[in-house]
Design a protein around this ligand. Sequence first.
Ligand code: GLA
Length: 736
Amino acid sequence: MNITYNERNRVFKLDTAHTSYCIGIVDEENFVGHIYYGRKLADDDLAYLMRTQEPPFVPSKNNRDRTSFWDAFPTEYTGNDIGDYREGALTVRTEGGHTAVCLSYLSHRIYRGKEKLEGLPATFGNEEECMTLELTLEDKLLGLQVLLSYSIFADNDAVARSVRIINNGEGSIYLTKALSACIDMDNEDYEMITLHGSWARERAVQTRTIMKGKQGVSSTRGESSHQEHPFMAWKKRSTTEESGDIYAMNFVYSGNFLAQIEENQFGSIRAMMGIHPYNFCWKLEPGDSFQAPEVICVYSSEGIGGMSRCFHDLYRGHLIRGEYRDKKRPILINNWEATYFDFDTDKLLSIARQASALGIEMLVMDDGWFGCRNDDNTSLGDWKVNENKLKGGLKHLVDEVNKLGMKFGIWFEPEMISPDSDLYRAHPDWAIAVPGRTGSLARNQYVLDLTRKEVRDHVYEMVASVLRSANIEYVKWDMNRQLSDLGSYGLPADRQGELYHRQVLAVYELQERLTSEFPHLLLENCSGGGARFDAGMLYYSPQIWCSDDTDAIERLSIQSGTAMVYPLSVMGAHVSDCPNHAIGRVTPFKTRGYVALAGTFGYELDVTKIPQEDRDMIPEQIAMYHKYNDLIRRGDYYRIANYADNGLYDCYVVAAKDKSEALVTYVQVLNRPNYHSRRIHIPGLDPDRTYVIENADEWPEIRQTEYKGDTLHYAGINIPPLWGDFQGRLMHLTSK
Ligand code: GLA
């Protein structure tokens, strides 16, 4: 890891273990351009790559065609309205109504470590672990300074970028777009990878050719969303899972976003990411600054898998906080799919009794324990225990659960308010709304206006007082609707355009408060399943509920798409009842266990009601979790085959960092008649070491029990057709 500045050529170079990122300053006007991002290079004189010499298009030599310069220059962070007709990263409106921004280099600072981003989640590292380049750009006329930060890590190849904008001028400036990162480069036959979905089918992988014009994904829903994800990668067409060039950006943010690639007339692309400019207008008074959230940029020459593993390591080591980050999580049983709203103390205790006898370690009481909530039409905001259901109160229930040797967890949806609630009756103006308009309901609820301090304080106290009242060790923080009808009774007219972002900042502030007051709490974020499964939330909670679709076969593609960016250690995954409540499929209990193992692991069923033979399997599954979870949480993840691509089977391996062991999960989704065995290649092993198939009795078809790592990878193993659909197997390899 190193950051250098070559004064002669005016080139900055950021070197990680395997990558280089170069920025140059050009012309007398000190414009800042992007030079190179890719494999690590020894040379630091790369200024020749910037096409300013052919012909001399720099304004000092050819001001007659200044727009031609701007429209082709690979700008490091673009201004607006000066002749670059591609999408800009920063747009403003001045008091005079003007929108142009022209940025040039002012100064820089290179330092060890990484500063916090105020009020925002971000990666972190100390002086040994990180280095940062801070480039200050300015628009003299506007008095606007733009600070571009680039942090690199000693043990990871990612570059963490963010932007801070300071108004040093004399008048107010409105930011109407302030993206966090942008990279210009030549299009070398790139394809774009993005993640798409809907409720119960989050993060399906899509690949498309990058073509002229703009293409991308976004959210204007006030959350990162089920539908599109704040991630994009671009790779060479020839890049595979295991080899070839790939670039990616992921947003450490949980609200509206734009992720876009634009190919211009000369075949160069501009990739950019940041807060979506939709309804965004941030007022900067003189002296004010705006901090745009962080974007993680990754380059890997080791294919899609190399990119994924880079994100996984970065997030496990430099984003997730708290004591549970590196710890096995308690195996929980959640009563949502078991009882929905129909439960009371007795029912929960009978589930807990059975669960604890089987080795389950925590009972989570989901939605329906508060106010008059017997369905999803009421009571959000009234976080008072419903003692008709919980006879003897919450503490009694928690104590009884604790007596069984189990921990206790609880569900909240703190950002919401039901029109049918005491809170709404007392404070109708606490909901986000446009005065005089009946707002659109979703799941019969409104969103609380958390930009108001009194609302935040009230919500926090309600939640915290419940947590203080009993030994509650886990919270599932849910968020079940998207934002609409944007209006805050607390903001003046010229700041209504700040509402979307302020709301996200408020959620971050609340979760920061919660995890500070309750440092031992295990927090799991959730949003109607996985609508806010993003790097922003991971700063506050070490796990996120992946999807409301708990069907094991559907989960194969949801989890594999999620693992494109996020480590298995953060994916909430449970064994649930069959026929599955989302799609009605019946999958063997054993397979359901294998699939949930690739996550935080738990149960979401009424354990008193499932068939005895399934129940009998639970202690075995729990033993498996205890045996493999350290490996799954910390290891390197390699996708071998995707059910979403081939329609037939799914396979992945998690290999220990020291290559001492690996766990292969294979799920045959469909059996077909008269096929021979399937060849599977197992990456991630040490080619020279001998591996023993530790559970060889489950693989009677494989004659030998020992193979070298290179044999398992390059020659592979044959997996026989398994009898029936939805059958799974694990293979545990340990090195001798
Ligand atoms: C969301 C969550 C579910 C459950 C329900 C409760 O849909 O994703 O897991 O908690 O809310 O209403």
